[in-house]
Design a protein around this ligand. Structure first.
Ligand code: ADP
Length: 556
C-alpha cells in the first residue's frame, strides 16, 4: 500500500517535471539546435559578414571619390584665370602645385591660345613635358569644344581619364581630372585639368585612406563590441583590376595587417579611379572561420545547457525521492515509537496491577515482577531520552556539558546497570577496559547514552549467537570504544545509511524488532560533538563491530 502510494507520488513528480520543465526546455534546445544548423547550412553568418564588408567597401569607395573630387575642386578654385598672361599662368600653377604635392602636373586649354602644361617642380622632365604638351594640344584641338559641351551638361563639370601606363619602374596608375570653370560662360571653350601623381597615390593617398577605413569597426561601429579581438581586425587593399591582364590582383596599396592572399569581398571603383578595385578581409582569419567558431560555440552552449538540465533533473528527482523516503521513514517512526511506548507501559501496568492485587505470595516472584517493571521503565526512559535528544539536535538546541571524566569508570558503571538485563537475555558479556586511560573532557550522560544505544542494538539484533563484547582502549592519541556482537550483521550497502535518522535495515529481524531508527544517528551526533566519530564493520550473518573514537589530546 505504502509503496504504491510512493510509486504514485513518484509518477506524479515525473509527470510534472516532464510537462513543466523537460518538454519546454527540450523544445527550446531543439529549436535552437535547428536554428544554428540552418545558419550553418545556409552560410548565413558568412553572408552577414560579407554584407557588412560590402557596405564598408561602398562607403570607403564613396570617401575615396569624395576626396579626389575635393582635391580637384580645391585646385580648380586656385587655377589661373583665362585672362592671365602665360607667364602669370605658369607662376600661379607653380604656386598651386607647390601647395598640392598630390598632383604631378596641371594644364590649361583655351581654344584661342592653345595649351599650357605645367609640371610639378619636383618632377620636371623635359621629355615628358614635350610629350604631354603634344598630347594635350593634339587632343584638345580635336575634341576641346566637344569636351566643353559635354562637361557643361554634367551636374559636376569634371571628367576623369584614368588608367595604367608602363613606365621605367613597371606599370603605374594615375587619374587625370578635366574640368570647366563655373564662373565662365558655358560656350567659352576653356578647360583646366590636374593629373594625380602616381607615386603619391601609391604611397600616401591610398595607404592613408585605407588606414582610416580599417581602423573603424565593422557595421560602422554599431552593434560591434568595442574591444574586438585582435584577429577580427580588418585589412584592406587597393589593387589594379584590369581584367585584360593575366594576374587578377596587383596591389597598389595595402593597409597595415594585409599579409597577402585574396580579399574576401571586392568592389570595383568607378571614376575618378576607374580600373582599380577595393578588397577587404579579416586580419589573420576568415569569415568562414569566424562562422565556424560561432557555430561550434553555439552547439557547445546547447550541449552544456542540455547536460545541466539533465543534471538538474536528476538532482531534483533524487532530492524529491529522498523527501518521499524520509516522509515514509517518519511515518514508520511514529508507528514504531507508539508501539515502543505502548509495550513497556502495558507490561508495567500489568505487573503493577498483579502486585497490587496481592495475589503474588512468593518473594522471588515479586522480585521478578519488580525487576520487569524497572527494566521496562528503563527502556521507556531510554526511548524518551533518545527522542528528546533527537528533537533538541534537530532544533539545534542540543548542548553538551563537557567535564573531566574517568571514562573507564563511566563505561564500567554504564555496563553494570545493564549487566543484569544482558545476562538475563542469555548474552555472554566480554569486557576489556583499559584502566590506565587518562581523564578526558566529555559529556557523561551523552557518552553513556551512546554506549547504551550500541549495547541495546547488539542485544536487539542478535538471534542465534548471543555474544556481546565491549572494549575500551587507547590507540596513540585516540580513545576507542568498541561494541561487538555476533548477530545478524548489516549489508555492506546499508552500512553508511544506518547512521541516518529514521533509517532501519530491511532484515526481517529488524522489521520484527521495534525501534525508532534514531539510536545510531544520536551516537554519531554525540561522537562528532566530541570531535570524534563512529564507524561500523559488519558481515551479514556474522556480526557487527561499532567503534566510537574520541580524540584524547584535543578532547574538549
Ligand atoms: P533502531 O535500533 O531503533 O532501529 P538505530 O539507529 O539504533 O535504530 O539503528 C539503525 C538500524 O541499524 C537498525 O534498525 C538496524 O537495522 C541496524 N543496526 C544497528 N545496530 C545493529 C547491530 N548491532 N547489528 C545489526 N544491525 C544493526
Amino acid at each position: 500500500m505504502k509503496s504504491k502510494r510512493e510509486a504514485n507520488t513518484r509518477f506524479r513528480l515525473v509527470l510534472t517535471l516532464g510537462l513543466a520543465v523537460v518538454v519546454p526546455a527540450l523544445t527550446l534546445i531543439y529549436v535552437n539546435f535547428q536554428h544554428v544548423k540552418s545558419i550553418q547550412r545556409g552560410k548565413k553568418f558568412e553572408a552577414l559578414i560579407h554584407r557588412d564588408f560590402q557596405y564598408l567597401l561602398s562607403n570607403s569607395a564613396n570617401k575615396i571619390n569624395a576626396k579626389a573630387y575635393e582635391l580637384t575642386e580645391q585646385a580648380r578654385d586656385a587655377f589661373p584665370s583665362e585672362a592671365d598672361s602665360d607667364k602669370e599662368k605658369r607662376r600661379k600653377f607653380d604656386l598651386l602645385l607647390d601647395r598640392s604635392p598630390w598632383f604631378a602636373h596641371a594644364f590649361f586649354y583655351d581654344a584661342k591660345k592653345g595649351v599650357i602644361v605645367q609640371p610639378h617642380r619636383a618632377h620636371t622632365d623635359e621629355k615628358e613635358l614635350v610629350n604631354l604638351d603634344k598630347m594635350y594640344s593634339g587632343w584638345f584641338s580635336l575634341e576641346g569644344p566637344h569636351l566643353v559641351e559635354q562637361l557643361c551638361k554634367k551636374p559636376k563639370p569634371i571628367m576623369w581619364y584614368s588608367g595604367e601606363s608602363d613606365g621605367p619602374n613597371g606599370s603605374t596608375y594615375t587619374t587625370t581630372a578635366i574640368f570647366t570653370f563655373p564662373q565662365l560662360a558655358k560656350d567659352r571653350p576653356v578647360l583646366g585639368g590636374v593629373s594625380f601623381d602616381p607615386n603619391y597615390l601609391k604611397q600616401n593617398f591610398f595607404p592613408q585612406l585605407l588606414e582610416e577605413f580599417t581602423s573603424q569597426k565593422l557595421n560602422d561601429g554599431s552593434g560591434q563590441d568595442s574591444n574586438e579581438p585582435e584577429e577580427q581586425r580588418l585589412a584592406m587593399l587597393v589593387y589594379m583590376a584590369d581584367t585584360s591582364r593575366e594576374e587578377p590582383e596587383r596591389p597598389l596599396a595595402t593597409s597595415a595587417g594585409w599579409n597577402g592572399g585574396k580579399p574576401e569581398v571586392s568592389l570595383s571603383l568607378d571614376n575618378p579611379f576607374h580600373g582599380l578595385a577595393l578588397g577587404i578581409k579579416f586580419q589573420g582569419t576568415t569569415a568562414e572561420a569566424i562562422a565556424h567558431r560561432w557555430v561550434v560555440q553555439s552547439f557547445l552552449i546547447l550541449v552544456v545547457l542540455s547536460v545541466l538540465m539533465i543534471g538538474g533533473l536528476v538532482l531534483t528527482y533524487r532530492s524529491v525521492n529522498k523527501q518521499v523516503a524520509l516522509a515514509r521513514l517518519k511515518s514508520d517512526f511514529v508507528s514504531n515509537v507508539s508501539h515502543e511506548l505502548r509495550t513497556p507501559l502495558a507490561l508495567i501496568r500489568l505487573y503493577a496491577e498483579t502486585l497490587e492485587l496481592g495475589r503474588i505470595t512468593t518473594q522471588d516472584k515479586k522480585n521478578e515482577y519488580y525487576s520487569i517493571i524497572r527494566k521496562e521503565s528503563e527502556r521507556l526512559s531510554s526511548l524518551i531520552n533518545n527522542i528528546l535528544d533527537f528533537s533538541r539536535i534537530e532544533a539545534g538546541r542540543k548542548e553538551y556539558d563537557f567535564r573531566e571524566t574517568d571514562i573507564a569508570e563511566l563505561v564500567r558503571n554504564t555496563l553494570d546497570s545493564y549487566r543484569y538485563q544482558i545476562e538475563q537475555q542469555g548474552f555472554a558479556l566480554e569486557e576489556h577496559i583499559d584502566p590506565s586511560i587518562p581523564a578526558v573532557k566529555v559529556d557523561r550522560e551523552a557518552i553513556a547514552r551512546a554506549l547504551v544505544n550500541l549495547v541495546n542494538n547488539a542485544l536487539k539484533y542478535s538471534d542465534s549467537e548471543k555474544f556481546l563484547a565491549v572494549k575500551l582502549y587507547r590507540e596513540q592519541s585516540v580513545l576507542k570504544l568498541e561494541v561487538s556482537d555476533r548477530g545478524i550483521g548489516i549489508e555492506r550497502n546499508e552500512q553508511a545509511r544506518i547512521f541516518e535518522k529514521f533509517y532501519r535495515t530491511c532484515d526481517p529481524l529488524v522489521h520484527n524488532t521495534k525501534g525508532s531508527g534514531l539510536g545510531l544517528s544520536l551516537v554519531r551526533h554525540i561522537t562528532q560533538a566530541h570531535g570524534g566519530g563512529v564507524e561500523v564493520e559488519s558481515t551479514p550473518g556474522r556480526g557487527s563491530k561499532f567503534t566510537v573514537w574520541l580524540p584524547l589530546a584535543q578532547s574538549t
